[in-house]
Design a protein around this ligand. Structure first.
Ligand code: RAM
Length: 923
């Protein structure tokens, strides 16, 4: 009886349900894919944000999403029946990116599971996506029962360079018992210093130099690891190696910033959940023991590492270890002023390896040189035969001098040397742990000389923040491809937890100017959304009370000084990220910083003319001696241009954030500054006055839109004249270089840009390639095959700023450019030129893959383009004759899947929805 009743009820409910939910169609559309949170996180654990945003991609065959339904639950089982955290119901919106969580509040350690379905243009539903998940980290200091622990290494009073205190690396350990069946074990951990963790002798993670670099006086990032598989029932042990890192190491020309007091410390909280529902937490406290008598004897970021195998402590991080002469650790509570927060981007990891390509044995009997034929950042893996008691000395260099000698002067005071002391005869297999180097050449001495050096002795372990590659560019021009490779290696060499200027010398700092110059190119090449969002938090935390933005972030200079074009990273980078990702959070998070920076500009201007200090058009070629690296463009002109631009971008940000009045206010300020700029620096002929007429002066005025229409036209001609004067070479430094392609492009001068780009002579991009560059260089003439190194000591061969031209390569040579934030609307408009016969780029945009590939064969121009789901594109076709263009096999005049919206100046523009397009044009 009961059963019949149940069946009847179920039947009625399902009929009713069917009616309500409209069962017209069984879902047949493929599910949404690539489910991510916030800045692209996939199923993160230890996540930093309790109110995350949700994004997904649609299958390629879907043109448009018209609605979505998102469910969030605290367990996968609840997801379909009873999503207890959030159920959006069917939301009639096309938005598939950054849907903000508005469900039940979440707390530290909470887990969430989520899935989504969508409806297409015909209102057909998709099947549900796969389930994605997230687990929060420890969001506040109160979540930590653990204490900071470590040995007092300061008292050893070991002094290094410039009398700076050296902390001997330490080893910390504790044994504990797992006495019941385990369901899960999570380790929450961080350090003042850098650490590597072990459980039962196995490494906890492959992360490098954790926890990374933040303004430690305000915030230290914590990491979360699932270590369930490393534990066993019975006796267990946990251990950490701990070294100075950025926190206690010398930084920037022999300064200690955070390490003036105390010694390195670890904070560790291991939380076990047993099957019977009980919990056990093992925290860092006074029950731990430590020693400095381990094999890592010395570790410094700039100077290298010393490893003495005689000090090896077999099994020190296992419970079988016999503890002798280990000391009790010092314990300190968490400070209220320092927030411990989950890391909000990916740690540095070993991302790839480079084999030795060539061995050079110098005649003078000095060390043997291993050439990787690629300048890189990371450490070497050394598999080298040694004799007991001998010391292997490992030196690094970016380039050899033309006479083949090993060159290290440009490392300045950074020793950048590793040592390994052998405890027995035989082949070692070792790499340093708590340092990193920028190098292409490795010099070894002190190995077993009875053996002939082999290439496999040295492998480069390439390390950078763990993001994926998103963009590819290639063309028929080999040197252009080499340039693309150099740009990429420049990024790999400087995205080491924060964006740095260089990876090799005694600097390696988060220079703000370099960062703003490279951000668009970096976002195309790699998934660095989270990387930048995280560094922008560091920048916010580093902003001075008066709104000034320091030269570097984290701020190790602490000099309260600012520079125009550098501090402007505070407005330029948030805007760049927003335009390329459509993530409004980056504007919300940084808007106050932007405003404060604009008022700082204002506070050091007189009648809207900037009086701000500036590094100027840094390292501009052929500059007057007295310009002292800062280029010949007037500082006031540069400052005023950036002041106007900063106000302009802040007004745009205000508009996106729906702040109408502020939008108007900043728009007005921009206009006022632009007017002041025009009358102060330009005469009626559109020529520079009150300062030197440089390419960069014109570029700033034009790119930041600071002149009236009439003067703009005139100034454009003066710029062309300046370029002609330089025999179609650039004359730009850090600030002007990224603007050059943008301005010439806007002027329709792409042929000229091709000429400048493909120049072989100094100063040009290919000049460095002709001298053997495999990365971007700090100077246009950092090195030459004939004369060797530029004699200036500030001369890095891995400095990404001039790689900013990458943006033009994929936006115009290949032709992929965002027209609306996040590439919701895309411009696909390649401009062939420079004798190239083909080019292509793909970009994994927030909506899916965008592709643009072209080639010229005989009289025909072939162009294939892919427009991802839920976007539209403006496709440019180089022709003025609709009849002669073939799109997807048919004449353009019969083309139905889109429309011609313009036919002007020899270019037909069609607007198309997502899909693949194959276009043939007769030239
Ligand atoms: C150098 C840095 C950086 C630059 C500053 C002004 O020391 O390497 O690239 O931004 O100077």
């Amino acid at each position: 009886m009961k059963l019949i009743h149940d069946i009847r009820t179920t039947f009625t409910i399902s009929l009713l349900g069917c009616f309500l939910l409209s069962c017209r169609t069984e879902p047949t559309l493929k599910p949404a894919q690539d489910l991510t949170l916030n800045e692209g996180f996939v199923n993160p654990i230890g996540f930093y944000d309790a109110t995350p945003s949700f994004s997904w991609k649609l299958p390629q065959e879907i043109q448009k999403q018209t609605a979505y339904h998102l469910v969030v639950a605290s367990s996968p089982e609840l997801l379909s029946e009873d999503p207890d955290l959030w159920d959006t119901g069917k939301v009639r919106l096309g938005q598939s990116l950054y849907i903000s969580y508005k469900g039940k509040p979440l707390l530290s350690r909470d887990k969430m599971y989520w899935k989504v379905r969508f409806w297409n243009a015909e209102d057909q539903p998709s099947t549900w996506s796969e389930i994605a998940q997230m687990e929060l980290g420890l969001l506040q200091n109160e979540d930590w029962q653990a204490k900071w622990i470590g040995l007092d290494t300061r008292k050893d009073s070991i002094k290094g360079k410039s009398n700076i205190i050296i902390h001997t690396p330490q080893y910390l350990r504790k044994e504990f018992e797992v006495n019941k069946q385990l369901v899960s074990a999570k380790l929450y951990v961080t350090a003042k210093g850098v650490f590597k963790g072990f459980i039962n002798g196995k490494t906890i993670s492959e992360d490098v130099m954790s926890p990374g670099w933040t303004p430690y006086q305000k915030r230290i990032e914590s990491l979360t690891y699932d270590v369930t598989d490393l534990l066993k029932e019975g006796d267990n042990a946990i251990g950490f190696q701990l070294a100075s890192g950025w926190h206690f190491g010398r930084l920037l020309w022999n300064k200690l910033i955070w390490g003036q007091n105390g010694s390195p410390k670890v904070l560790s909280q291991l939380e076990l959940l047993y099957k019977d529902g009980t919990k056990k937490t093992i925290v860092s406290d006074d029950s731990w023991q430590g020693t400095t008598r381990g094999p890592i004897r010395f570790a410094e970021i700039y100077d290298g590492e010393i490893y003495d195998a005689n000090f090896q402590m077999q099994g020190w991080a296992t419970s079988d270890f016999e503890v002798k002469e280990w000391s009790k650790v010092e314990v300190a509570p968490l400070e209220n002023a320092i927030s411990i927060r989950p890391k909000r981007h990916h740690s540095v990891r070993q991302k790839t390896t480079l084999d030795t390509k060539e061995i050079i044995t110098p005649k003078d009997g000095s060390g043997v040189i291993f050439n990787l034929k690629q300048n890189m950042l990371g450490v070497p893996r050394l598999r080298v035969p040694m004799k007991k008691g001998d010391t292997l000395k490992v030196r690094f260099s970016e380039m050899l001098d033309p006479d083949g000698s090993f060159y290290t002067d440009n490392y300045r005071s950074a020793e950048s040397t590793d040592y390994y002391i052998a405890a027995e005869d035989g082949r070692i297999d070792w790499h340093p742990t708590f340092t990193f180097h920028g190098f292409q050449y490795v010099e070894l001495s002190g190995f077993d000389t009875s053996k002939t050096p082999k290439k496999e002795w040295v492998t480069g372990l390439v390390q950078y923040s763990d993001f994926d590659k998103t963009g590819y560019f290639s063309s028929s021009h080999d040197k252009l491809n080499q340039l693309q490779s150099n740009i990429n290696w420049g990024l790999r060499g400087n995205f080491f937890d924060i964006p740095t200027d260089c990876p090799q010398r005694d600097e390696r700092l988060g220079w703000t100017g370099d960062a703003q110059v490279i951000s668009p190119t970096s976002i195309f090449n790699n998934n660095v959304h989270a990387f930048w969002a995280s560094w922008l938090q560091t920048l916010r935390e580093s902003q001075y009370v008066d709104g000034g933005i320091p030269f570097v972030a984290p701020d190790v200079l602490e000099n309260n000084k600012v520079s125009s074009g550098w501090g402007d990273a505070a407005v330029i980078i948030p805007w760049d990220i927003y335009t390329r990702t459509a993530d409004t959070t980056v504007l919300y998070e940084n808007y106050e910083m932007m405003k404060k920076w604009v008022s700082h500009h204002q506070s050091i201007s007189e009648n809207y003319i900037s009086q701000m200090n500036s590094f100027g058009d840094w390292l501009q070629p052929f500059q007057a001696k007295e310009s002292n690296k800062r280029g010949d463009t007037s500082k006031k002109l540069i400052g005023t241009a950036f002041f106007a631009h900063a106000a302009h971008l802040t007004s745009k940000a205000a508009e996106v954030l729906g702040l109408k009045e502020e939008k108007e206010e900043y728009q007005k300020l921009y206009q006022t500054v632009a007017n002041a700029f025009e009358s102060e620096f330009f005469d009626n002929e559109g020529k520079i006055k009150n300062g030197k007429a440089t390419q960069t002066a014109y570029l700033l005025a034009l790119h930041f839109d600071l002149l009236s229409d009439t003067l703009t036209k005139k100034a454009e001609q003066h710029l062309l004249h300046k370029i002609e004067e330089a025999d179609n070479h650039l004359r730009t430094g850090f600030l002007g270089t990224p603007l050059l392609p943008r301005v010439l492009d806007a002027m329709g001068e792409t042929d000229l840009m091709y000429q400048i780009l493909l120049k072989e002579t100094y100063p040009s991009w290919f000049y460095s390639i002709n001298q053997g560059a495999t990365t971007m260089w700090e100077r246009w003439n950092s090195y030459s095959r004939l004369e060797g190194y530029n004699p200036e000591s500030m001369n890095s061969l891995n400095h990404y700023a001039y790689g900013a031209v990458g943006e033009w390569m994929y936006e115009r040579i290949a032709g992929i450019k965002p027209l609306e934030p996040g590439y919701k609307k895309i411009q696909i408009a390649p401009v062939p030129g420079g004798g190239l016969t083909s080019a292509e780029a793909t970009y994994d945009s927030p909506y899916g893959e965008i592709k643009s590939t072209w080639k010229i064969e005989g009289d025909t121009f072939y162009h294939d383009a892919t427009v991802p789901p839920n976007t539209t594109a403006l496709l440019s076709i180089i022709s003025d004759n609709v009849q002669s263009v073939i799109v997807n096999g048919a004449s353009l005049k019969d083309f139905k899947n889109g429309q011609v919206i313009e036919n002007e100046d020899g270019i037909i523009t069609i607007e198309v929805p997502s899909g693949n397009y194959s276009i043939q044009t007769l030239r």
